[in-house]
Design a protein around this ligand. Structure first.
Ligand SMILES: [Mn+2]
Length: 335
């Protein structure tokens, strides 16, 4: 097992008074859970802590932030005062472009940065880095840090935040990264009265009927290629408008399409702006999709990755699909 050298980070923390936490665009449960767990811990140590993210907080994770401390980064309002921070934590991010607009401004502000992450091939340039791809979630590393700096602060809300990261990143304990260590940590967190059924329900069983109506539409328009091993679909602005669904409600669609028998890779093309498409890639294991995402400045995990494409949906499909098609054809039909 990898030994993490927390010492330099703990030293930085001793002297830092004002601390910034951030994570990747379109944050997931691990991103938000890691931020909130560390936030509560640092707050218990009388630090002044702020969370600024480039994207808005997805509704399904709002229960982790009852005090509404997570704010969306606004360059006009916030960029000038980034220098006020003594230390910044970049959590669950593998590459600087994934931080969004805050990334460049943070680099310019020249404040010491700590990166804590579990993505393979983390490219972040940072003063202090703890990156371990063997960890099931970034929140596991955050828990390790908390145990070193203030174990007494661990309570139900911290345990819950760590658990959300662990549960969501392991696909509710069914992906390859659901290791013995992950289950042991889950057991430890449950000792703090974390309730798995409640958390699962809040995140995965609280979808609006409108979202399901949109999903129904999507299910009727799946494009299958390479003998059904590739499945892709598009969601356009007008689909969202017609169904009154916001783009941050559609997390999980791509995972669902991957669950279809025979599908090896599922891809979603979501039109988020006039010339901007969010592309989600999910693989069952034959194709490593973060390599494909990286060709477009995206990233992620081997079997779950994403990228943002500047252009139309048609252009995004035209650019991404042939690469996956080739990867699948090269791979042959090995099951
Ligand atoms: Mn993660």
């Amino acid at each position: 097992m990898m030994q993490h050298n927390w010492k330099p980070i703990i030293q930085q923390l001793q002297f830092a008074r004002k601390i910034l936490l951030t994570t990747h665009v379109n944050p997931d449960g691990d991103a938000i859970g890691s931020e909130m767990a560390l936030y509560y811990c640092l707050q218990s140590m009388q630090k002044s802590v702020e969370i600024l993210n480039s994207s808005a907080l997805p509704e399904e994770y709002a229960f982790l932030d009852p005090g509404k401390v997570i704010r969306q980064y606004n360059p006009n309002r916030d960029s000038g005062r980034l220098r006020e921070f003594d230390l910044a934590f970049i959590l669950d991010v593998g590459g600087v472009t994934r931080i969004g607009s805050l990334g460049d401004d943070l680099a310019q502000a020249k404040i010491p940065c700590v990166c804590i992450d579990h993505h393979p091939e983390n490219h972040i340039v940072c003063d202090f880095k703890i990156v371990d791809e063997k960890e099931s979630a970034t929140s596991c590393l955050i828990y390790e840090l908390i145990k070193r700096i203030n174990p007494g602060c661990i309570n139900r809300r911290i345990a819950e935040a760590v658990y959300v990261g662990l549960m969501t990143d392991t696909g509710s304990f069914r992906f390859e990264n659901a290791t013995p260590k992950a289950f042991r940590l889950a057991a430890e967190l449950l000792e703090y009265d974390v309730r798995p059924n409640e958390i699962y329900n809040r995140i995965y069983e609280s979808h609006s009927p409108l979202r399901m109506a949109l999903l129904g539409k999507v299910l009727q328009q799946i494009h299958y290629e390479v003998d059904g091993r590739l499945a892709w679909f598009t969601i356009r602005q007008r689909d969202l408008q017609e169904t009154a669904v916001s783009s941050d409600e559609i997390g999980g669609f791509t995972d669902l399409i991957r669950s279809i028998d025979g599908v090896e890779v599922a891809v979603m093309f979501l039109e988020v702006g006039l010339q901007q498409v969010r592309v989600n890639l999910r693989s069952k294991g034959q194709v490593i999709v973060n390599e494909i995402a990286r060709q477009f400045d995206g990233g992620g995990h081997y079997y779950a990755a994403g990228l943002t494409f500047e252009g139309t949906v048609e252009a995004a499909v035209g650019a991404v699909i042939p690469i996956i098609r080739r990867a699948l054809e090269k791979r042959g039909d090995k099951n």
